[in-house]
Design a protein around this ligand. Sequence first.
Ligand code: ZN
Length: 206
Amino acid sequence: MYRPNFIIKWLFPALYRVKGEQSLFFTFDDGPCPETTREILAILRQHNIKATFFVVGENILRYPDLMSEIINEGHQIGNHTMHHTDGFKVSTTEYIRDVEQCQRIIETFTTQQVKIMRPPHGHIRWSEMFRLRKIGYQIVQWDVIAHDWEADRSVESVVDIVHRYSRPGSIIVLHDSHKAAARSIPALRIICDTLSYTTEKSRTSM
Ligand SMILES: [Zn+2]
């Protein structure tokens, strides 16, 4: 499934696509990660694209310099929990605590006012979602997911999914994780070279 269906969207009200926008919104999950994030930043810089990085708290602690680089390049930061926590596997209280722990670390790096959050694996319970919304988080899911973490998927297939399913306002997920690097980095290069949304390239941040 490369695009969430209407039942999921109806059940879990979150941001899937920025309607009324002509831009594409690139998002990168699971970093920062030394082998991957820096390469992704270089490609984005070359194409003058601003993206959103949904970072994992424990990775920020491991690679604080990389976290600063993302921010210094002008990208937006989103919360992807402290431990890449699956919302279906812990209690609501534990989940909120995990998100808040990550947020406190994010806030030591950036003055960004908006609190945006993406649930790892897309898994979030109603109770978790409503609690997070109540304390000011906007939940951001996606319109296009390119399965770049799958080891047996080709770079061409990742590119093809992005080309085929993207539409104005689409929020696209790629990963700057070690696991996805072999696909996400070369795929992003091709995608950026072949974007048909050229005039909006610099506005690809939520
Ligand atoms: Zn993730």
